[in-house]
Design a protein around this ligand. Sequence first.
Ligand SMILES: Cc1ncc(COP(=O)(O)O)c(C=O)c1O
Length: 474
Amino acid sequence: MQKTISNLQSSVSQTNRAPEELQQDYLQQFITDYNEHTKTSKKFTQNYRFTLADSRVPTGFNLALKEICYPIVAKKSFGSKIWDVDGNEYVDVTMGFGINLFGHNPSFVKIALLEQLEQGIHLGPQTELAGEVAELIAEMTGMERVAFSNTGTEAVMAAIRIARAATKRNKIAIFSGSYHGHSDNTLVDAKEINGSLQILPTASGVPPSIAEDVLVLDYGSPQSLELIEAYKHELAAVLVEPVQTSRLDLQPKEFLHKLRQLTTELDIALIFDEMVTGFRIHPGGAQAWFGVAADIATYGKIVGGGLPIGVIAGKAAYMDKIDGGMWNYGDDSFPQVETTLFAGTHCKHPLSLAAAKAVLKYLKNQGATLQSNLNQRTAEFVNTLNAYLEAENIPVKMINFGSIFGPNSGNSTTNSEKSLPLGFSLLTYHLINRGFLSRGGSGFLSTAHTDEDITYIIQAVKDSINDLRSGYFL
Ligand SMILES: Cc1ncc(COP(=O)(O)O)c(C=O)c1O
């Protein structure tokens, strides 16, 4: 299926040499081999490095691995596979950061897109599909009203603004370790400095003043509920990533129920950020899974079928802030609710809505067994991997929440970007070299992944670990 490292074991001289030297020899050979397989990706990256400002390129930069620090440039994708510009084939679990629940380029989405292209891409007048897609989302998520943005980040921004407008309060509470996109609003975290906990921006360029309006709490901790109570007069919303991609093991159902009860009592908006969990864990997302109805939920990824989309769905009491609420023709009703600003040139893009309609209809027809089967298959896959890792004394445990899986990162705050021992960073590159594309060992199983793909991934993991051990890593 793909090229492998050529005789690395045999060519590393093992006699009378320090382990560090043997590691260096191995590393050098691996880098040469990797560069040879993926030379066009490397060339592309260097050619455009200056003109193309791309934050993903230096992610996890490690001086020792500088020569292999470049993204694989994809040429083609279908089902569970990606082919790169050098013709290598990969079983992919990055799946568009969680977009591709049905694998790459599913035919029913492609057909819907081609049909829409024939009609045109008319923005400005109302998009014909907007009402139908909103109804499908409302039906599946149990939400009353639905609005469309272009990305998840925008959806979260809008949800926060709506909650602030509706409650006339400014503060929001988020939970440490969560990710809610890249707007200033949520780019803060709690850090201990000289013994005291401070809320600070997590990226330069985010004004420290943002932190004045954000409480960063511990997810799942009873103390967080006490803090919400303490700040009840200032809090507009509690924003939750129901299961954080950085902490898949933390699935605090009871806490979520208590949070729901408390926020209802205090009239604080409970916002579920369902960007990853939405339509994946269950047709009704994490809300249905945990049995908790949020006031507002944000979606994206899967529902756009590969096209950019963000969805804000919620109770009319909040969503009416977008358009003034319900009114009818032929009587004296009018939009009575004071609105806030919600806008975007590309919102309700005909192509995104055509893809969303195809995805939602497909999901509706398949019913909840689509998700339950996929969740079950992912759990079995993770169990098999864990049995192997344990037997081999590899200190990594894989965990899954439905069809998303990754190494259990304990209580760390970020998953893929934290600094790892060289051997573990190298593992990702070995997996790529063995034809398996993941995000630091994390990924998503799709309905397009076959049993053969899963066997292939497990073998790639085993072979990569053996390779690394032969090079005195791990
Ligand atoms: C939970 C969560 N919220 C929000 C976002 C932001 O979505 P987007 O990247 O579409 O802006 C992401 C993206 O990964 C996410 O995982």
